[in-house]
Design a protein around this ligand. Structure first.
Ligand code: Z57
Length: 840
C-alpha cells in the first residue's frame, strides 16, 4: 500500500486533543470546531446562541470521554450502583455548572474575551431544563451533583418531558401559563440511545397457566405497548473524573402496535394511536405538594419506572448472568411515592419474566428499595382508585393484592383482633367502588429503609402519618436532613462571595462545606465586614437592575431586600408576608413621619394552574405592589416586586442578593425546605417558624442569629385540638383589623370589594394555616428585624456567621449519610486516561 506521507501523523493527536484538552489553546480550537461542524457557522454568521451551543458541545465532549471511563471502571470493579428514581429533576442550566465542575470556568471566559465574547451572556442563551416543580425536583438535582462529586456510581432515572414546568407570565396582575418549549432549539446536552429502547405494556388482562416444569405462571396480555427511548445527560462531579448519567425516557409508539392498525387499513386510527402513546412523556404535571389523580399521571409513573427497572435488569444480567445478587449490586431510591409502583413492577419482572419464586423475588425487592417521604400534607399522599389501577395495570393489581395478603397475615399474627390497625396498614383503602391503592403503604412495605427529609419531619412521620408502620418496624425509619450543592448555590451563583471566601480560607470549602467555619474568625474584622457588605451591595445592584428591566420598578439598593421565593401554597403563607406589608403601609399612612426601615419585598413563585386561591394570592401581591410602589407619600420606603417565571437560573441571582429570607410556613407543614438553606449559605438572615429544616438551621447558626416567630408544632396541634377560632385573634388586634378592612374595602382592587373575598373569608372563618394566630408574633419579629438591620455592623456579623455555619446543609453531607446508612455504597475513584489507538 502507498505510504501516506502527505498527512502529518500529529493530525490524530490534534483531533483527540480538541475533544479532551484543557489548555487555552485546545479549548479555543474545540469551540471553533464545534461552531463549524456542530452549528455549521463561522464567526461571520454565528449568533450568540451558536456560540452557546459550541461551548456546550465542547464541554460535553470532555465529559463524554470521562463518562466512558467512569462506566468502564464501574464494571471492572463490580461496583454497587445507586439508582435514583424520580418523576422530577429540576436541573437548571447545565453549561455553567459543567464549566465549574471541570474547573475551567475562568479559563474559558478568558479565551472567549480574547475574541470579544462574554461567557456569562452566552450562558444565558441556554434554555433552562425545568423538568420539576420545586423542592423535590431540585433536591434530586443537588443529589446527582453530590453523588458524582463523591465518586459514587449512580444513575438518575426519570422522564424526558417535552414540556417542563410552564412559563409563568403576569397579565394584569394574574398568573398566566404558557408551555415551556425547552427542546425547540435542540438540546446540546443529551445523547439518545435508541438501541436501548424498552417496551412497556399497558391495559389488557392476565392469564394463568402451568409451565413445562409444572409451575404456576401468569401471563399479562396487554392492550397496547409503548417504547421508551433513553436520553442520557452526563453528570460530572466537581474536581473528579467521575461522570455519572441522568437517563430520561421519551415515549414513542411501538411499531408492532401501529402495524396492526395500518394493516387493517386504518391509517388515521393508527396515527391517532401513535399520538396517544407519545402523550405519555409530553408534559410535566405542574402540581407541587398536591396530587391530581389523573390516569395519564399513573401512565407516566409506570412508564418511566418500568423502563428504568428493565434497564437495570438488562445491565445486571449482562454483567453477572444472574439476578440472584441484584440487591447486592443495586440500591434503588424512590423519590416520594411517584415511582413506588416499581415495587410491584420489580416483583412482576422477577417472577413473570425471569421465573423467580415469590419468596426470593420479595427478598430481593425489599432489599433493593428505599423510600423517601417528602410531605406531611394529606392532600399530597397518592391513592389510586383500584378501578383505574386494574384497568391500566391488571397484573400489578394482582401482585399488590398478594403482597397485601401476605403482609396483613403477618400483621394479624402480631396484633390479633386489632382490626382498625389492620385496616390502616392495608395497602387497600375503603370498600366497594371507591377502593384505593395507598402508594405510601406500598412504598413502606416494599422498602428496607424509609426516611424523612428533616429531623422534625421524620419525627412527625413516626408519630403521625406513618405511625403504624413505625410501630411495626421502627428499624426501617431514619432521618436524612436535606442538603443543597455548594457548587451551584454558592460557587456558581455567587462568584463575588465565593472569591472572597476562597481568598480567605482556601478552596477546600467547595467539597467540604464545614470548612466555612473558618470564616468565623473574620466575623469581627472591620475590613472583612466591609468587603462582605460591598459584595452583598453589588449583588443587590445586579438584582435591582434586573427588577428595573423586567418590572419597571425602581428599588432602593440601600433598603432591606426581604425575599420570599418558593411555590405558591397556602401553607407556605405568602399571605402572612402580605399582611405585614400592609401593616407597614398603614403605619406610614397613619403617621407619615414614622421612622420605618425602607424595605424591598421581593416575591417569586408559580401557582399550580388549577389552584385558584394560590393564583388569587399572586393577584393580591401584584395589586398591593401597584398601590404601594406608586404612592408618593411613602417616599419610596416600601417597594413590592413580584418577579414572574421564577426558576433555577433566576433563583441563583436572588439568593446572592437577598438579606432577609422568609421561611414562615405553619409549623408542622413544611417537610424540610431547601431554599432556606440556599439563602443562609449566601448570607441572608432567616425570619422563620420552627418548621422543617428551619429548626436545624437555627441550631447551627445559633438562636441569636435567627429571627424566630410563630407557634411551635405542639402548639399548633394543641390549638387545633381545643378548637381554633381565628375570630378570637382578629377581634383583639386592631392593627390586623385595619389590614383586613383595607383589603376588604377594595383599596387594592380599584374599589372592588369582592375580588379578594375568598382570601378574606378563608382567613376570617377557617384559617386552616393559622395566619391570624401567628400574625402578632410575625409582626413583632419583623420589627426586631428592622431594628437589627440598622445596626449595620452587627447585621453583617450575623450574616457572616450564617454563611460560616451552613456546613451541615451541604448535599455532600446528606449523600454521604445515604451512602453509609441506606445504600451501603462506597466511592469508586476513576482514572483519567488520554485517548490511545488501542481504544479502537
Ligand atoms: C415537593 O417539592 C415537596 C414535597 C412533595 O410532597 C412534593 Br409532591 C413536592 C417538597 C417539600 O414540600 C419540601 O419541604 C422539601 O424540602 C422538598 O420536597 C425536598 O424534600
Amino acid at each position: 500500500a502507498p505510504q501516506d506521507t502527505q498527512v502529518p501523523d500529529s493530525g490524530l493527536v490534534r483531533v483527540e486533543d480538541d475533544r479532551t484538552g484543557m489548555s487555552e489553546q485546545s479549548l479555543k480550537r474545540a469551540i471553533v470546531d464545534n461552531l463549524h461542524y456542530g452549528q455549521g457557522k463561522d464567526n461571520y454568521f454565528a449568533t450568540p446562541y451558536d456560540y452557546y451551543m459550541a461551548i456546550a458541545r465542547s464541554m460535553r465532549d470532555r465529559l463524554i470521554k470521562r463518562r466512558i471511563q467512569t462506566a468502564r471502571t464501574h464494571i471492572q470493579e463490580d461496583s454497587k450502583v445507586v439508582y435514583y428514581l424520580s418523576a422530577e429533576f429540576l436541573m437548571g442550566r447545565y453549561t455553567g455548572n459543567s464549566l465549574i465542575n471541570l474547573g475551567i470556568y475562568e479559563r474559558v471566559r478568558k479565551v472567549l474575551r480574547e475574541s470579544g465574547l462574554e461567557l456569562d451572556d452566552l450562558l444565558e442563551k441556554e434554555h433552562e431544563p425545568g423538568l420539576g416543580n420545586g423542592g423535590l425536583g431540585r433536591l434530586a438535582a443537588c443529589y446527582l451533583d453530590s453523588l458524582a462529586t463523591l465518586e459514587i456510581p449512580a444513575v438518575g432515572y426519570g422522564i424526558r418531558y417535552e414540556f417542563g414546568i410552564f412559563e409563568q407570565e403576569i397579565r394584569n396582575g394574574w398568573q398566566a401559563e404558557r408551555p415551556d418549549k425547552w427542546l425547540s432549539f435542540g438540546n446540546a446536552w443529551e445523547v439518545s440511545l435508541p438501541e436501548y429502547r424498552t417496551e412497556v405494556k399497558f391495559g389488557g388482562h392476565t392469564e394463568s397457566y402451568t409451565d413445562t416444569k409444572g409451575r404456576y405462571q401468569t401471563n399479562w396480555i396487554p392492550e397496547h405497548t409503548v417504547f421508551g427511548i433513553p436520553y442520557d445527560t452526563p453528570i460530572p462531579g466537581y474536581g473528579v473524573n467521575t461522570v455519572n448519567i441522568l437517563r430520561l425516557w421519551k415515549a414513542e409508539s411501538s411499531n408492532e402496535f401501529d402495524l396492526d392498525a395500518f394493516n387493517a387499513g386504518d391509517y388515521l386510527g393508527a396515527v391517532a394511536n401513535k399520538m396517544f402513546s407519545e402523550n405519555i412523556s409530553k408534559v410535566l404535571y405542574p402540581n407541587d405538594d398536591t396530587v391530581q389523580g389523573k390516569e395519564l399521571r399513573l401512565e407516566q409513573q409506570y412508564f418511566f419506572v418500568s423502563c428504568s427497572l428493565q434497564d437495570i435488569i438488562r445491565r445486571h444480567i449482562y454483567h453477572y448472568n444472574s439476578l440472584d445478587n441484584l440487591h447486592e449490586k443495586s440500591a434503588i431510591q424512590l423519590n416520594d411515592t411517584h415511582p413506588s409502583i416499581g415495587i410491584a413492577e420489580l416483583m412482576r419482572l422477577l417472577i413473570d419474566v425471569h421465573q423467580m419464586d415469590w419468596e426470593q423475588a420479595w427478598h430481593i425487592t425489599q432489599n433493593c428499595f428505599a423510600y423517601t417521604n417528602h410531605t406531611l400534607l394529606p392532600e399530597a399522599l397518592e391513592r389510586w382508585s383500584v378501578n383505574l389501577f386494574g384497568r391500566l395495570l391488571p397484573r400489578h393489581l394482582e401482585i399488590i393484592y398478594e403482597i397485601n395478603f401476605r403482609f396483613l397475615s403477618e400483621v394479624r399474627k402480631r396484633y390479633p383482633g386489632d382490626n382498625e390497625r389492620i385496616a390502616r396498614l392495608s395497602l387497600i383503602e375503603g370498600e366497594g367502588a371507591d377502593k384505593k391503592v395507598r402508594m405510601a403503604n406500598l412504598a413502606c412495605v416494599g422498602s428496607r429503609k424509609i426516611n424523612g427529609v428533616a429531623a422534625l419531619h421524620t419525627k412527625l412521620l413516626q408519630q403521625d402519618v406513618l405511625r403504624d408502620f413505625y410501630e411495626l418496624a421502627p428499624e426501617k425509619f431514619i432521618n436524612k436532613t436535606n442538603g443543597v450543592t455548594p457548587r451551584r448555590w454558592l460557587l456558581l451563583g455567587n462568584p463575588r462571595l465565593s472569591n472572597l471566601i476562597t481568598e480567605k480560607i482556601g478552596e477546600a470549602w467547595i467539597t467540604n462545606l464545614d470548612e466555612l467555619r473558618k470564616l468565623e474568625q473574620f466575623a469581627d474584622d472591620p475590613q472583612f465586614r466591609q468587603t462582605w457588605r460591598e459584595i452583598k451591595q453589588a449583588n443587590k445592584q445586579d438584582l435591582a437592575a434586573y427588577i428595573e428591566r423586567k418590572n419597571h420598578i425602581q428599588v432602593d439598593t440601600n433598603s432591606l431586600f426581604d425575599v420570599q421565593v418558593k411555590r405558591l401554597h397556602e401553607y407556605k403563607r405568602q399571605l402572612l408576608n402580605v399582611l405585614h406589608i400592609i401593616t407597614l403601609y398603614n403605619r406610614i399612612k397613619r403617621n407619615p413621619n414614622e421612622d420605618i426601615l425602607p424595605r424591598t419585598f421581593i416575591f417569586g413563585g408559580k401557582a399550580a394552574p388549577g389552584y385558584f386561591i394560590a393564583k388569587l394570592i399572586i393577584k393580591l401581591i401584584n395589586s398591593v405592589a401597584a398601590v404601594v410602589n406608586d404612592d408618593p407619600s411613602l417616599e419610596g420606603r416600601l417597594k413590592v416586586a413580584f418577579l414572574s417565571n421564577y426558576n433555577v437560573s433566576m433563583s441563583q441571582q436572588i439568593y446572592a442578593a437577598a438579606e432577609l429570607s422568609e421561611q414562615i410556613s405553619t409549623a408542622g407543614k413544611e417537610a424540610s425546605g431547601t431554599g432556606n438553606m440556599k439563602f443562609a449559605l449566601n448570607g441572608a438572615l432567616t425570619i422563620g417558624t420552627l418548621d422543617g429544616a428551619n429548626v436545624e438551621i437555627r441550631e447551627e447558626v445559633g438562636a441569636e442569629n435567627f429571627f424566630l416567630c410563630g407557634l411551635t408544632t405542639p402548639e399548633v396541634y394543641e390549638l387545633k385540638a381545643k378548637g381554633y377560632n381565628p375570630q378570637e385573634y382578629y377581634q383583639s388586634n386592631s392593627e390586623l383589623q385595619e389590614v383586613i378592612r383595607l383589603i376588604a374595602c377594595g383599596h387594592f382592587s380599584d374599589g372592588d370589594s369582592q375580588l379578594f373575598r375568598p382570601l378574606l373569608d378563608s382567613l376570617l372563618y377557617n384559617d386552616k394555616y393559622m395566619l391570624f394566630a401567628d400574625y402578632q408574633s410575625y409582626i413583632d419579629t419583623q420589627d426586631r428585624v428592622s431594628q437589627a438591620y440598622r445596626q449595620e455592623d452587627n447585621w453583617t456579623r450575623m450574616s457572616i456567621l450564617n454563611t460560616a455555619r451552613m456546613g451541615k446543609f451541604s448535599s455532600d453531607r446528606a449523600i454521604s449519610e445515604y451512602c453509609k446508612e441506606i445504600w451501603h455504597v462506597e466511592p469508586v475513584p476513576v482514572e483519567f486516561k488520554e485517548y490511545s489507538p488501542e481504544d479502537m
